[in-house]
Design a protein around this ligand. Structure first.
Ligand code: ZN
Length: 120
């Protein structure tokens, strides 16, 4: 199966959202484990993980064709809404999100393989 631009955006948003939720959950989990007094290291790690994931989500989700940031425009609807209500194109260059990733080999490319391998 061919990887589309939509798959790329969805995968990146889901990974970063998972990191953000993990950082956010680290605070109450560490507070529950340490009886209401979370150690400062766990709190700092949770806050840094959450914050960096959110910032990285804004700056690293880019259109593979025009390299414009999509974090504040269509990244979240593309990742979390159904295919019928999600945007179908980049708002900057209008590339179809169901097109294959630029630079990825297409299934129609002729891949030549040698008829027989010669071991020397
Ligand atoms: Zn674009």
């Amino acid at each position: 199966m061919e990887k589309t631009i939509r798959d790329f955006i969805r995968h990146r948003v889901w990974a970063l959202s998972g990191a953000a939720v993990g950082g956010w959950l680290l605070l109450p989990l560490s507070a529950a484990i340490y009886k209401g007094h979370p150690p400062p290291v766990a709190a700092i790690i949770g806050v840094v993980l959450f914050g960096s994931a959110i910032v990285f989500l804004q700056f690293s989700v880019k259109c593979p064709k025009c390299s414009r940031r999509l974090g504040q425009t269509i990244a979240m609807p593309v990742a979390f809404s159904g295919k019928k209500s999600a945007p179908n194109f980049c708002p900057y260059c209008a590339v179809n999100l169901d097109d294959p990733m630029p630079g990825a080999p297409t299934p129609t490319e002729n891949v030549t393989t040698p008829d027989k391998l010669v071991w020397k």
